[in-house]
Design a protein around this ligand. Structure first.
Ligand code: BGC
Length: 265
């Protein structure tokens, strides 16, 4: 195997389906980093299965045309912002409801003409953070909470993901938590960091009480502004920002499919 072939064998394509953009990249699984730039296309409206699959196919095609790309037949990992059980979407809180009970793995595999495996977006971010980022080497329960359009969560124990923990939908004070404490809820309600941190305090204290984790990792777009609100929180659990920032979903999607196909451990 030549040096470049050897390198390529650890490269896997990952795609992250978000509410506003669909982003893809070639992931180097040894480093947990993207090789080259990511490709981003606006999420189509409505974000229904067919138009979304078209965009995913376009991104994968563009990446596959690169010199560094893995083989055309190699598996692709994709994230989705809802519950994914056995390749079927089971919820769609912030996306088109036509995804519910839709066989997403099968549909994308047919559409792309190569194996595709879909994973919940926060689960992907969680896997990436514990393997390569802020949760590396931490034993016990690590909770990765993403603050974005909704609240996503990944429950990881001793490095193993317990999939589909939907902690963004805990009912707190009579509300679905993500409708009060997501990044979008802060913008929608026009509140400052101090008021937002009060909402986060209520949320994280409750989650801490339920699970007593070793570590909280906060992801999503506003993890970039963590200095504004994390120091205001009083918890017994350490709480730190994610390290992979907006690449976590892409990296985690690639990692997940690579583990399933035994391309990596
Ligand atoms: C969904 C989760 C998702 C999160 C972040 C929530 O509304 O229920 O599955 O991970 O949003 O996108």
């Amino acid at each position: 195997m030549s040096k470049s072939d050897k390198k390529k064998s650890r490269y896997v394509i990952g795609v992250d389906i978000g509410g506003t953009g669909i982003k893809g990249g070639i992931v180097d699984l040894k480093k947990g980093k993207l090789v080259g730039d990511r490709v981003r296309i606006d999420t189509p409206r409505p974000a229904a299965p067919e138009p979304v699959a078209d965009v995913v196919a376009k991104i994968v095609e563009e990446l596959t045309a690169r010199a560094d790309a893995p083989d055309r037949e190699s598996p692709v990992g994709v994230t989705f912002p809802g519950i994914i059980q056995h390749g079927v979407a089971r919820s769609a809180a912030n996306v088109d409801k036509s995804w519910i009970d839709f066989g997403i793995n099968e549909y994308f595999t047919e559409h792309l003409g190569r194996p595709v495996e879909v994973i919940n977006d926060a689960d992907a971010a969680g896997l990436a953070e514990v393997r390569y980022g802020a949760g590396k080497g931490v034993d016990g329960t690590v909770l990765v909470i993403t603050l974005g359009t909704g609240i996503g969560s990944a429950f990881v124990f001793d490095g193993q993901l317990v999939p589909n923990a939907e902690l963004g939908h805990l009912e707190i004070d009579g509300f679905d938590a993500e409708t009060k404490a997501s990044a979008v809820a802060r913008e929608r309600d026009g509140i400052g960091w101090e008021d937002y941190s009060l909402r986060l305090q209520r949320y994280f204290s409750h989650v801490e009480f339920l699970f007593s984790p070793e570590l909280f990792i906060v992801g999503g777009g506003i993890s970039k502004r963590a200095d504004e609100y994390l120091p205001l929180l009083k918890l017994r659990t350490p709480i730190i920002p994610a390290e992979l920032k907006n690449e976590a979903g892409i990296v985690g999607a690639a990692l997940q499919v690579a583990i399933h196909h035994k391309l990596t451990k």
